[in-house]
Design a protein. Structure first.
Length: 124
């Protein structure tokens, strides 16, 4: 989310240490597959306030923390669909979804194909 003031985007001034902490937040999400970590927990672990963390993450990486987390989950799901015989229900659980319906809806939103269509080779 970018603030627009007088039709000009607002960019937050970020210090070198802020950038390092924002990168740490990304690493916590990426490397540790922390699908359910809250913004407050990330804020605490990176020692950045919520606002700076959220706006800074979007500014640096071009995507919100929540959208980045979704993309990570969908990439992992796609990989599991292509490389394993696990059921869609099992994959949805492995990537942190409690509801297979919610998982399938999000997968289709991201890839324009259902998980089953993707697995059956209809993605390319």
């Amino acid at each position: 989310m970018t603030f627009v003031i007088c039709n000009k985007p607002f960019l937050m001034k970020l210090k070198k240490e802020d950038l390092e902490r924002i990168r740490l937040a990304k690493d916590l999400l990426t490397v540790n597959k922390r699908y359910h970590i809250t913004i407050d927990d990330l804020s605490q672990q990176t020692q950045l306030n919520r606002t700076k963390l959220q706006f800074g993450f979007k500014q640096v990486f071009g995507v919100s923390i929540d959208d980045y987390r979704i993309l990570l989950r969908m990439e992992k799901a796609k990989e599991l669909l292509e490389q394993t015989e696990k059921s869609v229900k099992e994959i949805s659980s492995l990537v942190g979804y409690r509801s297979m319906g919610s998982f399938s809806t999000m997968f289709k939103k991201v890839y324009s194909k259902s998980p089953t269509e993707w697995r059956n080779g209809l993605h390319g």
